[in-house]
Write a protein that binds this ligand. Structure first.
Ligand SMILES: *Cc1c(COP(=O)(O)O)cnc(C)c1O
Length: 412
């Protein structure tokens, strides 16, 4: 197909998917094709007003009473339930607060305490660095051996064994967007008596997750990617209800205490998901996240997913047609692809920067990936075509070699 055919096709697809076009729920600058919602989600409408209200009225006027009158105290659980709906968790199993890194630390320690005689933890060597660092750090603390196994080999590694305490995997690989079989791997873990711990950073809000349905034990994720919670918005931890009584909180902060305001000298864990709380959550960020989640009101993640698959498949088609030499690293098959299209290029950093200069905002992941994240609610098929056309223009003009990209920024 040439560019004109693709333009016609884009218009038809946008028409077909009009019901899931939620662009009017977001504030995005004109002229930008924002393909970095998998790193920092766009700003949903209403968040700025809500933050202003929290600052001026709840904090400014109502002051400390807001912990009760505006129910700041329960916000980590209330917002947790709203995140829970998007990841297939019934209420009372998700708590929001801390960072993903901290939540990983808690989840892994809790897993170790639930499987005290087992000495091995499995994880993907291609995991996001903090996941790798945390698993190594916790392993050193609890006496685990870390085994690096690519996700597709995990069931084989587990079969017939009884040494594995836990498997920690990302549902979608952050670099090229491979989507792993949560149901199958969780089942294989359970057959071997191990716990399944999933990182949902690249799936929550983009791909249906089904934590309860698949019997996942523990899960963590961040909220500033496809959930659009804003820079540094707090992470979450899921503890399946059946594990909550045996959940040992390695970070025994006062907010996870059974009776925090008794101010007693000894720690006594709360019941339920409250026991996974640690300390005071940054309330402005948490309440901004709560407002941001309104963008998902009345929306099923399955519908977001259908739109996302159509967008990523079309982006792939546009790239193949217009820039056939560029290697596409993300899986072709829908069932194996998350919500992004990653390209490999030897000058990936320069390509990414040149695209940004043309208003197509993706990001670079070392060593050679141009990552185009597709946050379906606020993107269109027409924009997928624009991205591919701009990519073709960048490469035709050799813009990736521009000396402006010679020095890398801190954040890539
Ligand atoms: C984004 C991301 C993180 C981020 O961790 P923070 O502690 O929130 O900075 C962790 N793991 C994965 C897989 C991610 O994609």
């Amino acid at each position: 197909m040439n560019a004109d055919d693709l333009r016609t096709r884009a218009a038809a697809l946008d028409e077909q998917h009009a019901a899931t076009d939620l662009r009017d729920r977001f504030d995005l600058p004109d002229g930008v094709v924002y393909l970095d919602g998998n790193s920092l989600g766009a700003l949903p409408r209403g968040v700025a007003e809500r933050v202003r209200d929290v600052v001026e009225r709840e904090w400014g006027r109502d002051l400390i009473a807001s912990w009760n009158t505006h129910d700041w105290w329960d916000a980590p659980l209330r917002v947790g339930d709203r995140v829970g709906r998007l990841v297939g968790a019934a209420p009372g199993q998700v708590v929001v607060g801390e960072s993903t890194s901290v939540r990983l630390h808690q989840a892994l320690h809790a897993a170790a305490a639930m499987r005290p005689r087992r000495r091995t933890v499995l994880t993907d060597p291609g995991s996001f660095p903090t996941d790798l660092y945390m698993v190594d750090a916790v392993a050193a603390q609890v006496g685990w051996t870390v085994e690096h196994v690519v996700p597709q080999d995990v069931p084989g590694r587990l079969a017939g064994t009884d040494d594995v305490a836990a498997v920690l995997l990302s549902h979608v690989d952050y670099r090229v967007g491979r989507l792993w079989d949560m149901a199958g791997i969780t089942r294989a873990a359970h057959d071997a008596g191990a716990l399944a711990v999933w990182d949902l950073c690249h799936t929550a809000g983009a791909v249906p997750v089904g934590l309860d349905e698949h019997g996942v034990d523990l899960a963590v994720g961040c909220t500033y990617k496809y959930l659009n919670g804003g820079p540094g918005s707090p992470a979450y931890l899921y503890v399946a209800r059946r594990h909550q009584e045996s959940f040992a909180n390695v970070l025994a902060g006062w907010q996870g205490h059974a009776d925090p305001f008794a101010m007693s000298p000894g720690y006594r864990p709360a019941t339920g998901i409250s026991r996974a709380r640690v300390g005071t959550t940054p309330m402005l960020s948490l309440l901004a996240l709560e407002a941001a989640l309104d963008a998902f009101d009345g929306v099923e993640v399955a519908d977001v997913r259908a739109r996302s698959l159509s967008l990523t498949a079309f982006l792939r088609k546009c790239v193949e047609a217009l820039v056939p030499d560029v290697e596409i690293a993300s899986p072709h098959e829908d069932a194996r692809r998350g919500s992004q299209v990653a390209l490999r290029h030897p000058d990936a950093y320069g390509v990414t920067q040149a695209l940004i200069a043309r208003g197509v905002v993706g990001d670079f992941r070392s060593p050679d990936v141009v990552r185009l994240g597709v946050a379906a609610p606020y993107l269109t098929h027409a924009q997928m075509l624009t991205a591919a056309l701009e990519l073709a223009a960048v490469l035709a003009g050799g813009e990736q070699h521009d000396e402006r990209w010679a020095a890398r920024s801190t954040v890539t």
